[in-house]
Each structure stands twice: as C-alpha cells, then as structure tokens.
Design a protein around this ligand. Structure first.
Ligand code: 5MM
Length: 340
C-alpha cells in the first residue's frame, strides 16, 4: 500500500473552496430522478445527462472529484472521450460507487446492510484500471422506534471497514459513507445520538481493520431534525450540533468530512455547510459531496432536452459556486439573488 499516494489523493479531494459531485446514482435511483422530469431512463439519456454535467464550463474551479456509477465509468462523450479522461483533463478526480446497495438485514425488520463485498477486490482493481482514484460505499441507518439496533450499526460498520481496507490495498481512497436518514419524526437530539454512536462504531472498525485514516474521507449526514419532526432546528442549531457530534467522534487524522445532502433543498444544504464553516476551528476540512443538492435544480432545468443544456449548466455552475463559497463560510443570500 502506497500511503503517500492515498494521502495525496484524499487531500486533493478537499482543497480550499472545492468539493465533490456525487453522480453515482444506481439504476433504480437515476430512474426515480428521471421519472420526476418525465424522461425515460435509457443508457443514451443517462450518458447525455452526465455529459452535460461533466462538460459544464468552469466547474473545475469548485469541483475536485466526481463519484461515478459503474456504467458511467465505462461511458464516453459523444466524441468518444472516456468520462474519466474528460474529467482528468479538467483536473477533476474520478471515483466509483463500490457497493451494490442496501439489502434487508435478516432478523432485523426495518434495517439494512449494504452489500457488495463478494468479488470486491477484483472489481476495485478493474475500476482503478479504468481511471478511478477513490471509492464510495454507503451504509444506511434508519431512525425509528427501537431503531437502529446495535446489530444494524455493527453490521454496517464492519462492511464499511472491509470495503475501506480493500480500497487501500488496491490503491483507491475509500470514502466511508454511513448515512443516518433524515426521514422520520425524530428530534435533532436523537439524530445526534445515533450519528455519534454510528460514527464511533465505524472508526472503531476502521481501526481494527488497519485502515490508514489519513488516506480516507468521511461522507456523513448532517445532524438534522427528522423530516416529520414538528420542531425543525434552525440553521445555526444544525451547524452547532453537527460540529459538536463530529468533534466527539471523528479522529483528527481524517483529512476531510464531505457531507451528503440527503434530500435537503439545494439552498438549505448550502446554508448548513456555510454555517458549519463559519464556526471554524475543526481538525478536518468541512466540504460537500452532494448529489441532489447540486443536481436537483440542474436536472429540472435540463428536462431531457439538449436545447436546455446551456441553461442547466449555468444552474449547475451556480450551485457549485455557492457551495464553494460555503466552504469558506462566505455564502450569502445575495449570491442567489444575483444569479436569479
Ligand atoms: C445519500 O446519497 C448520496 C449523496 O447524494 P445526496 O446528496 O442526494 O444525498 C449519493 O452518493 C448516493 O449514494 C448515490 O446517489 C447512489 O444512490 P443509490 O440509491 O443508487 O445507491
């Protein structure tokens, strides 16, 4: 294992003012996204949509890396340039969704464990040879009556650690993504408790599996009120709870925390990131690895019509720029007003 290489890639994914675009939606998820704009999820449409995103002029100012799905890693632009090569030419690092998705955890109704460990060493080796420099594995943790259980947390932490160790063995930086879902009626306090417990368990397993933390990144949820909780925490409360929770559970050796947006609106995800960076004094970079919060407004503007590509790209550029400003705690409502 070349730890210097791993550390260099991990750091190159979280430089000042830059974050990651998560464009690794699997077949079911991208179909759901395309259904929302009445576009059929064909291989050609998925390729065209992703080419539109990746060729957006100037996004390399704000985007350090892109997480791809297996299919996308193997696709090319209309002119025949492989997507990883197109991105590398812009100084953007390609990554790969390495898991095969969550499946029901036997004996534990309402909980899942993420699968994909069988044959993972060989798949990761192929992904690396196709141009990926980092991987991503998402574990899903539901909050509810009696949930999550210790077994649910342990099973997912164990799988994340085995994935991370395999990534480092083949020379890929593992992004470790334990997502405590925001769906539910739980309070922000409950989200903080569950997130802290899950993160501590993940870092304990990473230690047992001899994962070099300097060559990893964490992709977590923010600490939020459940979507159906009658009392919704303010932006400042979310930022304080998230930073407090992470200071208690994420080792300082981790170079960066790259948040998922999890279904928040695009603007709220930016506001939360901004408020966290305004607190400052954290041992890790606080950045983004957003899917919906970068793509939602972009996808809507595109609508499956090539004639809308330029308008959609402007919207994508704008969201990337806003999140870049949030990396410095310098995002303002005026930025939105000016763009509108
Ligand atoms: C939680 O989802 C990840 C971040 O996206 P959001 O910012 O929209 O929450 C995302 O990377 C996700 O893991 C991928 O889209 C893959 O999703 P599926 O559902 O296909 O595993």
């Amino acid at each position: 294992m070349n730890t210097y290489e791993l550390e260099s890639v991990a750091q190159a994914l979280v430089p000042a003012g830059k974050g990651i675009l998560a464009a690794d939606e699997g077949s079911a998820t991208i179909k759901k996204r395309f259904d929302s704009i009445n576009v059929e999820s064909t291989e050609a449409n998925r390729r065209a949509y992703r080419e539109m995103l990746f060729t957006t002029p100037g996004t390399e100012e704000f985007i350090s890396g892109v997480i791809l799905f297996d299919e996308t890693l193997r696709q090319t632009t209309q002119e025949g340039t492989p997507f990883p090569e197109l991105l590398a030419n812009k100084g953007i690092i390609s990554g790969i969704k390495a898991d095969t998705g969550p499946n029901d955890l036997a004996g534990f109704p309402g909980e899942t464990v993420t699968e994909g460990l069988d044959g993972l060493r060989e798949r990761l080796t192929e992904f690396r040879d196709l141009g990926a420099k980092f991987g991503k594995w998402r574990a899903v943790i539901n909050v509810g009556d009696g949930l999550p259980t210790q077994c649910g947390i342990d099973s997912n932490a164990h799988a994340l650690a085995r994935y991370a160790a395999l990534c480092q063995e083949v020379g890929l930086v593992p992004i470790v993504e334990p997502e405590v879902l925001m769906e539910g009626s739980h309070t922000i306090k409950r989200c903080e408790e569950v997130t802290e417990t899950a993160l501590k368990r993940v870092y304990s397993e990473l230690h047992v599996h001899r994962v070099v933390l300097e060559g990893t990144l964490l992709k977590p949820n923010m600490v939020l009120s459940g979507t159906n909780c009658p009392v919704q925490a303010s932006v400042e409360e979310v930022a304080e709870a998230t930073v407090r929770c992470f200071r208690r559970s994420v080792p300082a050796a981790v170079p960066g925390v790259v948040f998922l947006s999890g279904g928040q609106s695009a603007k709220l995800a930016t506001e939360h990131l901004n408020a966290m960076n305004a607190i400052g004094n954290c041992p890790w970079e606080l950045s983004f690895s957003y899917g919906r919060a970068l793509q939602g407004p972009t996808l809507e503007a595109w609508g499956g019509n090539a004639a809308n590509a330029s308008k959609a790209q402007k919207i994508f550029y704008h969201r990337a720029r806003c999140n870049s400003a949030a990396r410095y705690g310098k995002y303002t409502q005026q930025m939105e007003a000016l763009a509108a």
